[in-house]
Design a protein around this ligand. Structure first.
Ligand code: 5AD
Ligand code: SF4
Length: 462
């Protein structure tokens, strides 16, 4: 099928899984409007960036991209900024990158068809201006920055899921926690949950389409509060998790990201009771020091966090636990940092995502002096990553010899290895004989034969 002239788009996504899933909704909406997605900027009439503002580096990335391609404006290409930076910066984006025509926050995607029509009409009507200055002065500028309190963001009518086997479902949007460092409450707005009925309807629909793995999403997924339901029919997060796991055809359910404050023992009970709930919990701790946790306004202490870890360790199946950590938060002393290192030993994480503190607009910690030099933040990051690597080497080794079920994700042709993912969310690459080629999306048994700090290697069990 050849593209309608003027109606091709290129979309690059930055940031978290919520953004990846939002992009699936944007792609679905655009395709429904007669647009065709292309894989390069050069082929596109409309160049879109779905942006992240969690750290300054992520925000800079989009402005660098916009700068790299601004010369393409004179070829008639148009630029749009979507997502968290769009929501945070609003019309200021037109000042920082004057060649941008469209700024659309994540609560306004349902208005995209209208906004695109406006953009197209403006292009048809505009007389050809001479020179770059005139072109910029003439450029139409469209914004969609709805308040982020609407539930319409759960609209899924045109979701274009990119993977036919596993897919995301957003169950809760926004955040009411206001951690001192975090921009999310300002970019994603107030917490609002979707009804459990509509989540389950989407899960069933996905199962009917052949999906076997579902990942429930939310900035604080376990803060889920069912907004409606028959009297007595409202589901808690743990109940919703269990119900999704019981949808016929669904073999794996994951959920991310959980907040320790709202992490109840009932989630572990659900994992114990429903075998399709994966053996993995991502529970960001951010710091192992009570002093820093209080300054971060995380709403829990180290001991309270460790209590939740002890629930996970008492689960019937061994669970894999992963976390996020910020180093160099204002005022973090050597002792605070040492407390974080000792927490890594105490928990025994299977993976930790570590970040240097980055001051963000609007956040409470912006008022604190960002006194730890970047070099020192980098040193702490290095220390923590190497400490965690040692922990992982030992943890991954334990799997050698065991048989694990993986979902086949694809093949690394160069290495002649199949790529699998375990219920623990570990990558397990494996060899298979030509007589037993596994299908992508299927579940097979693999015996682990070698371990690395971040993955396992094995062979197909026939
Ligand atoms: N600076 C550094 N890291 C941050 N994160 C969130 N905000 C900041 C910030 N201002 C990290 C947290 C969070 C992860 C998604 O990003 O660890 O869990
Ligand atoms: Fe980035 Fe947070 Fe927005 Fe996700 S919600 S894209 S992590 S700023």
């Amino acid at each position: 099928m050849s593209a309608v002239p003027g109606k091709t788009f290129y979309l690059e996504t930055f940031g978290c899984q919520m953004n990846v899933h939002d992009s699936e909704k944007v792609i679905g909406t655009l395709v429904h409007e007669g647009y065709e997605q292309v894989q390069t900027v050069e082929q596109a009439d409309l160049i879109l960036y779905n942006t992240c503002s969690i750290r300054d580096k992520a925000e800079q990335k989009v402005f660098n991209r916009l700068n790299d391609y601004k010369k393409l404006l004179k070829q008639g290409k148009r630029f749009g900024v979507l997502g968290c930076v769009a929501q945070q910066e609003g019309e200021k984006i037109f000042e920082r990158a004057p060649h941008v025509s469209l700024v659309c926050g994540s609560a306004s995607y349902r208005n995209l068809p209208q906004m695109l029509a406006e953009l197209e009409n403006a292009q048809i009507e505009a007389p050809k201006p001479a020179g770059r200055k005139a072109e910029l002065a003439n450029l139409v500028r469209i914004t969609g920055l709805d308040d982020r309190e609407t539930d319409a963001c759960f609209e899924t009518e045109f979701t274009a899921r990119t993977n036919p086997h596993r897919g995301y479902i957003t169950i809760i949007e926004g955040c009411d926690k206001f951690c001192a460092y975090c921009v999310v409450p300002f970019t994603r707005g107030k917490e609002r949950s979707r009804t459990s009925d509509s989540v389950l309807a989407e899960a069933r629909q996905m199962a009917d389409l052949g999906y076997t793995e579902i990942q429930l999403l939310g900035q604080n997924v376990n803060s889920y509060k069912d907004p409606a339901g028959k009297p007595g029919g409202k589901k808690t997060f743990a109940e919703l998790l269990a119900s999704v796991g019981e949808v016929p055809g669904i073999r794996r359910v994951r959920f991310t990201t959980s907040h320790p404050r709202d992490f109840g023992r009932d989630i572990i009970d659900a994992i114990d009771a429903v075998p399709t709930l994966c053996d993995h919990v991502h529970l960001p701790v951010q710091s192992g020091s009570d002093r820093v946790l209080a300054a971060m306004q995380r709403l829990y202490t180290r001991d309270q966090y460790l209590e939740r870890i002890s629930w996970m360790k008492s689960a019937k199946r061994p669970l894999s636990i992963t976390s996020d950590i910020i180093v160099g938060f204002p005022g973090e002393t050597e002792q605070d940092f040492a407390d974080t290192l000792s927490l890594l030993d105490e928990v025994g994480y299977d993976a930790v995502f570590t970040f240097k503190y980055s001051p963000r607009p609007n956040t409470p910690s912006l008022a604190l002096e960002d006194a730890i030099p970047d070099q020192e933040k980098a040193r702490r990051l290095e220390v923590i990553m190497s400490h965690q690597k040692d922990i992982q080497i030992i943890r991954y080794k334990k799997y050698i010899g065991s048989e694990l079920e993986v979902m086949v994700e694809g093949k690394n042709e160069a290495r002649k290895q199949w790529i699998g993912r375990t219920s623990h969310n570990k990558t397990l690459n494996f060899a298979a004989p030509d007589s037993s080629v596994p299908q992508v999306g299927s579940y097979v048994k693999v015996r682990a034969t070698q371990s690395f700090p971040n993955s396992l290697l094995g062979e197909l069990v026939i």
